[in-house]
Design a protein around this ligand. Structure first.
Ligand code: SAM
Length: 268
């Protein structure tokens, strides 16, 4: 069989389609998700239903957001799943997830995400963090490492700071390429993201946190005295308790929030 054809569907590379087919891995992921009708359940990129099926066997209703028209249509006529699914044929990166909210319920969001858009999609999903109980995603292992990285690590970057601002990041499981069809070239991992009820550090204007992290990590090899010189001079950095000679990967989340709040105060 052509390895790109799975259940009669030809995998579309542009949609990042790598379908899970390892039942042991699927069971572990579904156990970690812990599906329940106490929450509004949402799957991004259900594809051929590798996770959708076992999740639906535990709950009554599942919202799915799938970009591929053919796959959305297949699910709409699926003999077992169709009655439990609310199918949204849409781009998850532009999707307003608040439209799925039910009174008194937070969302549990999960998916084996298309790797080509996973970082951008994470940033989009953080906007809904206040409405989310938890999220479980299969990502490139390298992206999970970046999400979980702390200061001083090579993989620590803007994604780490923004993810850890909103969520507790818990790597759950590593998955090799052979669990997918077609097999991706890279290793994968499942991560659990748990949005904080009360964030440990509060940025008064999230756009400022977004800006200082983008500007600092945009010039990763420079010291913050250089990369943030358009926002803060050396004295201001020192007054905020920061070493102007530090590089972006040395600053903690708390320090980025300090910078963001100093910037926000100035804008007021
Ligand atoms: N969940 C299935 C599985 O585990 O076998 C499929 C996973 S596959 C890696 C990614 C899925 O996301 C595909 O079904 C693809 O069509 C869908 N997809 C790609 N881009 C998307 C987007 N922007 N919004 C929603 N779904 C998307």
């Amino acid at each position: 069989m052509n390895s790109k054809v799975h259940q009669g569907h030809k995998a579309r590379k542009r949609f990042g389609q790598n379908f899970l087919h390892d039942d042991y891995v699927i069971d572990q992921i579904v156990d970690a998700i812990y599906p329940t009708d106490d929450f509004t359940m949402v799957e991004i990129g259900p594809g051929l239903g590798a996770l959708t099926g076992p999740v639906c066997s535990r709950i009554q209703r599942l919202n799915v957001v799938e970009l591929d028209r053919d796959l959305a249509a297949r699910l709409a006529t699926h003999p077992i799943l169709k009655d439990k699914l609310n199918i949204h044929q849409a781009d998850a990166m532009k999707f307003d997830f608040t439209q799925l909210l039910e009174p008194g319920k937070k969302m549990k969001i999960f998916g084996n995400l298309p790797y080509n858009i996973s970082t951008q999609l994470m940033f989009h999903l953080f906007e809904f963090a206040a409405h989310v109980q938890d999220m479980h995603f299969m990502l490139q292992k390298e992206v999970v490492n970046r999400l979980a990285a702390g200061p001083g690590s090579k993989t620590y970057g803007r994604l780490s700071v923004m993810a850890q601002y909103y969520c507790q990041v818990v790597p759950v499981l590593e998955v090799g390429p052979e669990a997918f069809q077609p097999a991706p070239k890279v290793n994968s991992a499942v991560v659990k993201l748990l949005p904080y009820e009360v964030p440990p550090f509060v940025a008064h204007d999230i756009a400022c946190l977004s800006q200082v992290t983008a500007d600092a990590f945009g010039k990763r090899r420079k010291t913050i005295r250089n990369s943030l010189s358009h926002l803060f001079n050396i004295e201001q950095l020192t007054e905020l308790g920061l070493d102007p000679g530090a590089r972006p990967e040395q600053l903690t989340l708390a320090q980025y929030v300090t910078l963001a709040n100093a910037l926000a105060e100035r804008k007021e």
